[in-house]
Design a protein. Structure first.
Length: 312
């Protein structure tokens, strides 16, 4: 955990502001494209924001935050910060890494999901990689990160698509037109992500890498049921009710587990699973990682059966 001061706050659009934080002592480590930080706010709120820019000396970093007036309070608390405010910052951590290699890369950003992709575009440009950027927004007024992409000098490699003027983009056509074995990195609202993933069947090889705004539990799971968890270290068994999380039960029984977002988006609370089938409800593990049931996010994931044995 690092103490940082908000040294500059800049409005990028009617809903989005940029926040530049400066570390009080030392430097931030792990500053790379795709990484996010935990910002600790008032009333115990912890929110995750992707970094889109940072200084070479590691003393400052920038995150852009969209104000959600009907959200759960995190974005409102961020926008209430004034220059000079001091906050605690955890991380950075990265579950959305830009892979090395020579594959052609397409970055597809939706709304505020552009923040990690600005950093990726900069890295790809500096590495001399072949790539393109597609930035999807409702209107130019809401294209908060448009100026950041254009400042990179991407020219014909960059396309801003405004649905109010141009309609919805044909994702299948985009995917069909990609070179063989391309990589796609995408971040944005759930409907856009689903459109990209569905259109991915039109790709001629390659991989889609994505980052969600909401955990899978928010978008595709039904009602929860109770189950038991057992600690492999001492055999202790605890009941997890339908309205409980594994994390809350472990905390209530004095079992130390690190945590951050409590939404299945940051990966802080991942623990290994010794036995049992997992109902994964996070937004960060890959399909391959979920298929193995070797670990889970304790804040949102559950058991498919009657019991899970955890490596705790």
């Amino acid at each position: 955990m690092q103490t940082a001061r908000l040294i500059q706050k800049t409005e990028l659009s009617p809903e989005v502001s940029d926040f530049e934080f400066q570390i009080q002592e030392g430097r931030f480590s792990g500053l790379e494209a795709g990484a996010h930080i935990d910002v600790h706010l008032e009333d115990g709120l912890i929110r995750q924001y992707s970094i889109w820019n940072w200084s070479l000396d590691g003393r400052t970093l920038n995150v852009a935050v969209k104000r959600e007036d009907t959200g759960r309070g995190g974005s409102l608390a961020m926008h209430a910060l004034e220059e000079g405010a001091v906050v605690q910052i955890g991380g950075p951590r990265n579950h959305f890494k830009l892979q090395t290699g020579d594959r052609y890369v397409t970055l597809i950003a939706g709304g505020i999901g552009a923040t990690p992709l600005v950093a990726m575009a900069r890295e790809l440009l500096n590495a001399g990689r072949e790539f393109q950027v597609i930035y999807l927004v409702r209107s130019r007024e809401h294209a908060a990160m448009d100026s950041k992409f254009r400042a990179l000098g991407l020219n014909e490699w960059y396309r801003l698509h405004c649905s109010d003027d141009e309609g919805f983009m044909d994702m299948a056509e985009v995917m069909q037109g990609l070179p063989v074995d391309s990589d796609v990195y995408t971040c944005g609202p759930e409907p856009m992500l689903n459109a990209v993933l569905e259109a991915g069947t039109s790709m001629r090889g390659g991989t889609i890498h994505f980052e969600r705004f909401a955990a899978a539990s928010d978008v595709q799971h039904g009602a929860a049921e109770g189950f038991e968890i057992e600690l492999a270290s001492n055999g202790a068994v605890y009941q997890v009710g339908a309205d409980d999380s594994i994390l809350s039960v472990l905390q209530a029984n004095g079992v130390p587990v690190e945590f951050g977002c409590s939404e299945g988006l940051c990966g802080s609370c991942i623990v290994d699973v010794v036995e049992g089938e997992v109902d994964h409800r996070d937004g960060i593990l890959t399909p391959e990682e979920k298929a193995g049931s070797g670990f889970l996010c304790t804040c949102v994931s559950r058991a498919k059966g009657a019991r899970l044995v955890l490596d705790l």
